[in-house]
Write a protein that binds this ligand. Structure first.
Ligand code: AGP
Length: 610
C-alpha cells in the first residue's frame, strides 16, 4: 500500500504536499518523492527512506510550483531503491505519475513498449504507466492519452498524473485502490485518504472504480473511461484537522487507545432508543429480511477478524442465529455454500482491504445480502454492500487497530440486540439489561484506562522477554488472539493467543520461568472456575502470570503475579473492556523498546494489495 497526494492551486504547493505526505506515511515509508511543473518543465525529487530523512537530502520545501504530486511507498514490485521510488516519468521526462496498487499485466505492456523503443530505468509496474501514456500521447490531449492507457491496464490503481504540456491540469484515476478528490478555495486536491488534506478542505468527492478526474485550480470534473462526464456528490466531512493529529500524545496509537470512551459513545449516539436499537438510513436491510436470516457469514482480516469471532459469539448466544467467521483471504478461494437466506457481514476499519473486498465480491455472486461494518465513510467496501453500519471511531492513523476494534464490537453488539428483538430470542428485560450494559461502557472503559500505571509497571518488567502467551476462554479467547497480535505488530516480540484449555494439548511445553502468560479471566458463570485451574497449571510450571480480572475478584490476585482489574459488566460486553489493558501493555512495551509504533516495520495501515 502507498500514499498519494496531488494539488493544483493558485499558490505554491510544496508545503501542502509535504504536510499531506507526513499524514500519509502510515501507508508506506520505504521511499518518498514529489514532482512539480513550473515554466513548462517537470521537476522530480525522490529518495529512499522516510519523509524527514529524504527531505534532509533533497529539501522538498525548496521546490516551487503551483501544481504537484507526492508519494510515499510500500514496495510491491521492485526493491527499495531511488530508481523505484515514485514519481515515475516517461522517456522525455514530461509526464509524472504516482501510483498506489498493482498493474497485473505490466510485464506484457513493458515488453510491448520496449519493442516500440521506450527505455525503462526501474523495476516497478508504475513506470509502465508513464510510458504507456507517452505512447498514447502522440495523437492529442493528455486526457485521451490517459484514458486509452487505462483501458490497456489490468489491476488496481489510484493514480496522480501531470504533463508538462498541460501545466494547469492534474489528472487522477482509480480502480480498486482508494482515492478522493478535495474541493478547495482556488485549489483542488487528490489524496489516498481524507485526513491528509483535511487541513485544506473538508469537501470530498469519492472516486469510484473506473473513474477519472481532471482538476484545475478552479474546477474538478469526473469522467468514466469513455470520456462521459459524471456528476458526483460532494461530501462534507465532519472530522476536523485536529482529530487527525496527535493532540499531544506521543503516538497516534496511544491517542487512539485513550479516545475509545469517546469513540464508543459516538458509535452509540442516536442508536439506543428506550428499549431498542435503531440504525441510520444507510443501514439498507429490511426488518423482513433480518427476521428471515438462517445463517450469518462474517468476512474479515486481522483485528477485524478477531472482532468477527466475538460477533459470532454474540449472534449465536443472543440472537440464536448460526454464524461463522472466515478469513477473507481464505474464503475468496473457497467454493462457499451460500444461500439467499444468508447474510454476509464484512468487518473492516479502512473499507479498502483487498482480501475482504475480493471475498465480499465472491459472496455477492451467490446473490446474498451484504452488510459492511466500517469506519471510513464512502470507502470501497461500503459502496458494494447492500447495507452499512458505520463505526464512528474517527480517523484511526496508528497501524495497530485499537478504537476501531472496540467500536466494531459495539456495533456488533447493537446489531445483535436489533436481531434478538426482531426475532424475539430475548425478552424485554434482557434487551433492557443489554442496552443499560452498553450505555455504561464508555465510563467503564475510562476506569480501565485509569489503570495505565499498573500496566506500565508490567511493561517495565517484561519488555525484554522474547515470547509470551495470551490465554482466554469463550468470548475472551478472541481477546487473547487480539492481545497477542497487538504485541507482535508494535513490539516485534513473538506472542501466541490460545484457548486456555488448549494449553494441555501441547503449548504448555513452552512454559518456563521466563515465559509471561497473560490470562484474560473476567468473572463469568461459564468458564471462570476452569480458567482458575489453567492458571494453577501454568503457575505449577513457573510461568509468570499476568491476569485481567473483574474488580472485586479475590481469587485471581492470589495466583497471579500481576492483576489488572476491569469493571463488572455483562459477559459478552467484557471483551470491550478486557482488550484495553492488552492494548496498553503492547504499547508500553513497544515504547520501552523504542519501536516506530505508528509505522511498525513491514506493516501498512490498510492492506490494499493481495
Ligand atoms: C490490526 O492491528 C492490523 N492493523 C491489521 O490486522 C488489520 O486489522 C487488518 O489488516 C484489517 O484491516 P481492515 O480492518 O481495515 O480491513
Amino acid at each position: 500500500m502507498c500514499g498519494i497526494i496531488g494539488v493544483v492551486s493558485a499558490n505554491n504547493v510544496s508545503e501542502t504536499l509535504f504536510n499531506g505526505l507526513s499524514n500519509l506515511e502510515y501507508r508506506g515509508y520505504d521511499s518518498v518523492g514529489m514532482c512539480f511543473i513550473k515554466n513548462g518543465k517537470l521537476t522530480v525529487r525522490k529518495g529512499v527512506g522516510k519523509l524527514e530523512e529524504v527531505h534532509r537530502k533533497v529539501n522538498f520545501l525548496k521546490l516551487k510550483g503551483s501544481i504537484g504530486l507526492g508519494h510515499c511507498r510500500w514496495s510491491t514490485h521492485g526493491g527499495v531503491t531511488e530508481n523505484n521510488a515514485h514519481p515515475h516519468v516517461d522517456c522525455r521526462k514530461r509526464i509524472g505519475v504516482v501510483h498506489n496498487g498493482i498493474i497485473e499485466n505490466y510485464s506484457e505492456l513493458k515488453e510491448m513498449l520496449i519493442k516500440k523503443g521506450h527505455r525503462f530505468y526501474s523495476q516497478t509496474d508504475t513506470e509502465v504507466i508513464a510510458h504507456l501514456i507517452e505512447d498514447n500521447l502522440k495523437n492529442g490531449k493528455i486526457e485521451d492519452a490517459v484514458r486509452n492507457a487505462l483501458k490497456k491496464m489490468e489491476g488496481s490503481y489510484a493514480l496522480g498524473i501531470l504533463f508538462a504540456g498541460s501545466p494547469g491540469k492534474l489528472i487522477a484515476a482509480r480502480n480498486e485502490s482508494p482515492l478522493v478528490v478535495g474541493i478547495g478555495d482556488n485549489e483542488n486536491f487528490i489524496a489516498s485518504d481524507v485526513p491528509s488534506i483535511l487541513s485544506r478542505t473538508n469537501k470530498i468527492i469519492y472516486l469510484e472504480d473506473g473513474e477519472m478526474a481532471v482538476l484545475t485550480k478552479n474546477e474538478a470534473k469526473t469522467f468514466d473511461l469513455d470520456g462521459k462526464e459524471k456528476k458526483k456528490k460532494v461530501h462534507e466531512i465532519n472530522w476536523n484537522a485536529e482529530a487527525a493529529q496527535k493532540s499531544g500524545y506521543k503516538h497516534f496509537m496511544l491517542k487512539e487507545i485513550y479516545e475509545q470512551p469517546r469513540a464508543i459513545a459516538d458509535t452509540l449516539n442516536g442508536r439506543l432508543e428506550n428499549n431498542h436499537v435503531v440504525f441510520e438510513e444507510e443501514f439498507g436491510l429490511t426488518d423482513g429480511f433480518l427476521k428471515s436470516i438462517k445463517r450469518i457469514v462474517i468476512l474479515a482480516c486481522g483485528t477485524s477478524w478477531h472482532a468477527g469471532l466475538i460477533g459470532e459469539f454474540m449472534l449465536e448466544e443472543l440472537a440464536k442465529i448460526p454464524a461463522e467467521v472466515e478469513y477473507a483471504s481464505e474464503f475468496r478461494y473457497r467454493h462457499a455454500l451460500l444461500g439467499k437466506d444468508t447474510l454476509v457481514i464484512a468487518i473492516t476499519q479502512s473499507g479498502e482491504t483487498a482480501d475482504t473486498m475480493a471475498a465480499l465480491k465472491e459472496a455477492k455472486k451467490y446473490g446474498v445480502k451484504t452488510l459492511a461494518v466500517c469506519n471510513v465513510i464512502g470507502s470501497s467496501i461500503t459502496r458494494i454492500s447492500d447495507g452499512v453500519i458505520y463505526t464512528r471511531a474517527g480517523p484511526e492513523i496508528g497501524v495497530a487497530s485499537t478504537k476501531a476494534f472496540t467500536t466494531q464490537l459495539a456495533v456488533l453488539y447493537l446489531f445483535t440486540i436489533l436481531l434478538a428483538k426482531l426475532r424475539k430470542t430475548l425478552n424485554e428485560k434482557q434487551i433492557k439489561d443489554m442496552i443499560n450494559g452498553i450505555r455504561k461502557i464508555p465510563l467503564q472503559l475510562q476506569s480501565v484506562l485509569d489503570e495505565d500505571n499498573e500496566i506500565l509497571k508490567c511493561a517495565e518488567l517484561y519488555y525484554n522477554k522474547q515470547n509470551s502467551l495470551y490465554l482466554g476462554r469463550g468470548v475472551n479467547f478472541p481477546i487473547a488472539l487480539e492481545g497477542a497480535l497487538k504485541l507482535k505488530e508494535v513490539s516485534y516480540i513473538h506472542a501466541e493467543g490460545y484457548p486456555a484449555a488448549e494449553m494441555k494439548h501441547g503449548p504448555i511445553a513452552l512454559i518456563d520461568k521466563s515465559m509471561p502468560v497473560m490470562f484474560i479471566a473476567p468473572h463469568d458463570i461459564f468458564t471462570y472456575k476452569k480458567v482458575l485451574g489453567n492458571i494453577e497449571e501454568v503457575k505449577a510450571r513457573g510461568g509468570i502470570i499476568i491476569a485481567v480480572a473483574t474488580a472485586g475478584d479475590t481469587e485471581i490476585p492470589k495466583k497471579a503475579k500481576h492483576t489488572i482489574f476491569i469493571p463488572k459488566t455483562l459477559y459478552t460486553l467484557s471483551s470491550i473492556l478486557s482488550v484495553v489493558p492488552l492494548q496498553l501493555l503492547a504499547y508500553h512495551i513497544a515504547d520501552r523498546l523504542g519501536r516506530d509504533i505508528d509505522k511498525p516495520r513491514n506493516l501498512a495501515k490498510s492492506v490494499v494489495v493481495e
